[in-house]
Design a protein around this ligand. Structure first.
Ligand code: SF4
Length: 740
């Protein structure tokens, strides 16, 4: 890294921020020029990949087809998203092991075969496990989950991506990212009392809003940053996802060294100590931050008070001292029904020990919890250690229920017991997201987010109007008592301990290992490589749908109940484009089958063309495929015989995903040509035999009345991407390279 940082500094011609040092050290090819932030697309070579169990399924099914024996970079799978919280850790985990057996067996076997570390159900939540085991200062990681940036707490550029990106990196392809802009957050002072790391990000979210970090890395610096524990830094970076940031990061310091040592990575800490100056911004960045960051915020931790954010959005930030008035003014239900601490965001030993101190203090003063109270440990390492140290017993004394080491209520995997699902009600969590319905699926639930300390105090009070800094509570003797300030330990004084962390190391040689997928499975299906291009122009494609207006990846491949099929391409393809509006009748999921003249569902119509050996084409409007990077939105049309997507404009990630799947993604050279496409058109794509970067293709619209329109269409394929098209997909190219 030091050599790469020095040459990057020369190239850029000025001192560097930490993010720049890490980004330039991870270019997949040496840079010829400095890159423009927010403009240039750059190829990177990340050090690691982490996948959660829901997104890993399709990523690994695709990876299997690339022909490699092993993943190209260290990778791990974490079984955390599929466990439903209902009664408590033991029973809920047993139920999940039964319900999700085929998915877990598949993930365990494919991980074993291809050199991937496998963390079993109950081992913990992806980001906590990564922080404890894999994150390291100066590294770059991608993860198939939006809170991957949690690893920024250990000085890593860690970015949440879609499965298609993970497939690329595991297969050995470069990974493309628009050079991020940089937002600097200067922290001065030191937190005390009821304030904790969570309040830093709750404040930042209030300042920047849910979109303010888009396309940017948020870099925290200043002496205040060095005063925050490594896990506290992780909390702040984790929730950077709530402001849309690419990722967030802190510079290497003594707190990180201490955490690395306490989690068995003394060697990593020593290596980092040896190159400490390269793992921190250059000196002038500290003195003149506005010269280096696109935007700078400053926060004095001495004056920061706890915040409560929500409901329904994480950027509605209210200082705890103003909550009572805000509750009255907005008519939010003040009575707290459920308080939930833990999750990947806030379940460190520090969080738990400080929350436990509040509970212990409350019990000693004759108080108990006045709402339901749940605790979700982020990993078995944390759970075992906090049990050994007596904290779980303390939570249970006030009626706390310990849930499995898993996502549970954070991702809606929560069988909540509520008398009337339509009743306006309030919950508060120390999680990160609080959009309507996220936790329990109920639109009536007002979900707030705060630090574990504030959530615990409110659980005792039974109301979100309670300010523990100033208010008193009445105990079982009728006396007015005040909660003491929380206290705890950044790291366990007796060290971390665990009996079975829940890890399965991969086989040294996976050749003889079978990937377990039942042929009758409804949730999993092995993939066949897509067919290569036939070598001719595409003639007589039937118009499947001319989508009108917004067509996001949700319109193309809906989530919700369909997610259970995310590992089964044929089954999930039954949601293809069912949310898109048909231009000709303004209806969703109702298109004309040109073979029969009848109207039917989009997937069924595509299947009819495919069965008849006829290709089809989708026409779309502006920014087609915006939204998530969900690869199913590109794989489903490919699977159902769609050969090309022709639109006014593409969302870039979706366009790239189409290219990776061997599809043609084309744009009207003249956007008004969208209007020339008619419902009964048969469409030819001409010029493919001389498909060249920068050279437009021709599309012939053969109308039902015998007339034709010939229009010019553009594309953005480079040489490599044209090879993907010809081979039938990027993974087919890799497979043929591996076979050589
Ligand atoms: S705990 Fe919540 S935020 Fe964290 S990985 Fe799970 S679902 Fe995502």
């Amino acid at each position: 890294m030091p050599g790469k940082v020095d040459s990057a500094r020369k190239l850029v011609g000025r001192p560097l921020t930490l993010s720049e040092k890490i980004l330039y050290s991870h270019l997949s090819l040496p840079a010829g020029t400095a890159y423009n932030r927010g403009v240039d697309y750059v190829d990177f070579a990340p050090d690691r990949v982490a996948m959660q169990d829901a997104t890993a399924q399709m990523a690994l099914l695709q990876f299997m087809t690339c022909g490699r024996d092993k993943v190209a970079v260290p990778s791990t799978v974490h079984c955390d998203h599929l466990i439903q919280a209902k009664t408590g850790a033991v029973q809920d985990l047993a139920t999940a092991l039964d319900t999700n057996k085929e998915v877990y067996d598949f993930l365990a076997s494919i991980s074993n075969k291809f050199g991937i570390g496998f963390w079993k159900a109950g081992a913990g939540i992806i980001h906590q496990v990564v922080l404890e085991n894999y994150a390291f200062p100066g590294g770059m990681m991608i993860g198939t989950d939006s809170h991957t940036p949690n690893a920024g707490g250990l000085g890593m550029v860690a970015i949440g991506v879609g499965g298609a990106d993970a497939v690329d990196v595991m297969a050995g392809l470069p990974w493309e990212l628009k050079m991020p802009k940089l937002i600097g957050v200067k922290l001065t002072g030191k937190m005390s009392g009821w304030t904790s790391a969570k309040d830093v990000i709750l404040w930042v979210a209030g300042q920047l809003t849910v979109k303010g970090g888009t396309g940017a890395i948020v870099e925290y610096f200043g002496e205040g940053a060095d005063n925050i524990s490594a896990t506290g830094k992780g909390t702040i970076c984790n929730m950077g996802a709530e402001i849309g940031a690419t990722c967030s990061i802190f510079a290497y310091d003594d707190k990180m060294a201490a955490y690395l040592k306490s989690t068995g990575r003394t060697e990593v800490a020593e290596l980092a100590d040896g190159i400490r100056e390269h793992l921190r911004p250059d000196a002038d960045v500290y003195t003149n931050p506005e010269k280096y960051y696109d935007q700078v915020l400053e926060l004095n931790l001495d004056t920061l008070e706890p915040y409560v954010n929500g409901p329904f959005t994480p950027d509605l930030a209210t200082p705890v001292s103003e909550m009572k008035a805000a509750v009255e003014k907005n008519g939010w239900p003040s009575k707290l029904e459920v308080a939930l601490i833990g999750s990947c965001t806030n379940s460190s030993y520090e969080d738990i020990s400080r929350s436990a101190s509040i509970v212990k203090d409350a019990v000693s003063k004759g108080l108990k919890a006045n709402s339901e109270f749940t605790i979700t440990p982020g990993s078995e390492l944390v759970r075992f250690t906090i049990e050994r140290d007596g904290f779980i017993r303390q939570f249970e004394e006030v009626g706390g229920v310990v849930l499995a080491n898993a996502c549970g209520p954070c991702i809606g995997q929560w069988a909540r017991h509520i008398d009337d699902p339509n009743r306006k009600n309030t919950i508060i969590t120390s999680f990160n997201r609080n959009f309507a319905k996220r936790n329990d699926g109920l639109a009536s639930t007002h979900a707030f987010v705060a630090s574990p300390e504030i959530v615990t105090a409110m659980a005792i009070a039974g109301t979100i109007s309670f300010n523990p800094l100033t208010d008193t509570l009445t105990n079982d003797k009728g006396e007015k008592v005040k909660l003491s300030e929380p206290s705890g330990f950044e790291l366990p004084p007796k060290g971390f301990a665990v009996e079975d962390a829940g890890y399965q190391a991969p086989a040294a040689d996976g050749k003889g290992i079978n990937v377990l997928v039942s042929p009758d499975s409804k949730r999993l299906q092995l993939l066949e490589p897509f067919a290569a291009w036939e070598g001719n122009d595409l003639k007589g494609l039937k118009l499947l749908i001319k989508a009108k207006g917004k067509c996001t990846t949700d319109h193309i491949s809906m989530a919700g109940p369909w997610l259970k099929f995310r590992g089964h391409l044929d089954n999930i393809s039954n949601n293809m484009l069912i949310g898109a509006i048909n231009f000709y009748n303004e209806k969703t999921d109702t298109v004309k089958n040109q073979l029969t003249g009848e109207y039917g569902a989009v997937p069924a119509t595509a299947r009819a063309y495919k069965a008849a050996g006829i290709g089809s084409i989708v026409v779309g409007d502006e920014n087609y495929g915006e939204g998530s990077s969900r690869e199913h939105a590109a794989m489903e049309p490919r699977h159902l015989g769609v050969r090309a997507i022709l639109v006014r404009s593409f969302a870039r990630i979706h366009e790239t995903n189409l290219k990776k799947q061997g599809m043609l993604g084309l744009t009207f050279a003249d956007k008004s040509d969208y209007d020339k496409v008619q419902e009964d058109d048969s469409i030819d794509i001409v010029g493919l035999t001389s498909f060249t970067p920068g050279k437009p293709l021709t599309v012939v619209l053969n109308h039902k009345d015998g007339s034709k329109d010939e229009i010019s269409v553009n594309h953005t394929y480079n040489e490599q991407q044209i090879e993907w098209f010809k081979a039938g997909g990027a993974l087919n190219v890799i497979r043929s390279q591996v076979a050589k």
